[in-house]
Design a protein around this ligand. Structure first.
Ligand code: SF4
Length: 242
């Protein structure tokens, strides 16, 4: 600050040189006082409420829908095959690999259709097995009244030599693959009539038998056990059947 003297007047002029440090340059004497004692300024105690952030509403963008040509073009792109990995896993991911003969055998054993015919008292037990108490249907075993679509023959009863050609004819009318269950002692080996010449000593003399169910007569549980044995045989011999 410099003092200029004039005749009859004294004036004080503020220095215009820049101040060092953190103080700002002020031009008025009043603000100069404030510059000199910066600590005497009142503390900033007033807190302003923070302004609410501006909510930007982005425009809603709908997913792009591919045209049919684009979908078809993607579909025709060559599949990227990962080395060391089966091709079908790249082409059809998530596919369970099972041999075809297993699938076919599973279908066959789970949908056996026995032809409905009976020859003697064992047929009553066979009928009881189909009824609601034992319910062969839950095994997928459905009785069928025609040899054209049936694949299982249950020989339930005594096979006489007079009846043998008819049994053979019915067997021949069944499509392949087909299976035979000899139910009871009579169908197995003549049973109680084995000494009679007019009774066939087992139905396996005229047709191949897959499962023998013993008993005179066998209970329904025994026939069901015979069906389970047949199902196991179908799975075991699936490669031979084709
Ligand atoms: S095995 Fe016994 S129950 Fe069955 S058909 Fe022969 S005699 Fe009748």
């Amino acid at each position: 600050m410099e003092v200029a003297e004039a005749p009859g007047r004294v004036s004080v002029r503020a220095r215009t040189a820049p101040l060092s440090g953190s103080t700002a340059r002020l031009s008025s004497p009043k603000s100069e006082l404030a510059e000199v004692s910066p600590k005497s300024a009142p503390p900033e105690t007033a807190t302003e409420a923070p302004a609410a952030p501006a909510v930007e509403t982005a425009p809603r963008v709908l997913p792009e829908r591919k045209t049919g040509i684009e979908i078809e073009r993607e579909r025709l792109q060559p599949t990227r095959v990962v080395p060391g990995r089966a091709v079908y896993r790249s082409v059809l991911p998530g596919i369970l690999q099972v041999p075809a003969d297993v699938i076919i055998a599973l279908a066959r054993k789970s949908s056996l259709w026995p032809m409905t015919f009976g020859l003697a008292c064992c047929a009553i037990e066979m009928i009881a097995t189909y009824m609601s108490h034992h319910d062969l249907d839950r095994f997928g075993i459905i009785p069928w009244p025609s040899p054209r679509q049936a694949d299982v023959m249950i020989v339930a009863g005594t096979v006489t030599k007079k009846m043998a050609p008819a049994v053979r004819l019915l067997y021949d009318q069944m499509p392949n693959p087909k299976w035979v269950i000899a139910m009871g002692a009579c169908a197995t080996n003549g049973g109680p009539y084995t000494r009679y010449d007019r009774v066939l000593q087992g139905v396996d003399k005229i047709i191949p038998v897959d499962v023998y169910v013993p008993g005179c007569p066998p209970r329904p549980e025994a026939l069901m056990d015979g069906f389970i044995a047949l199902q196991n045989k179908i799975m075991e011999e699936r490669r031979k059947i084709g």
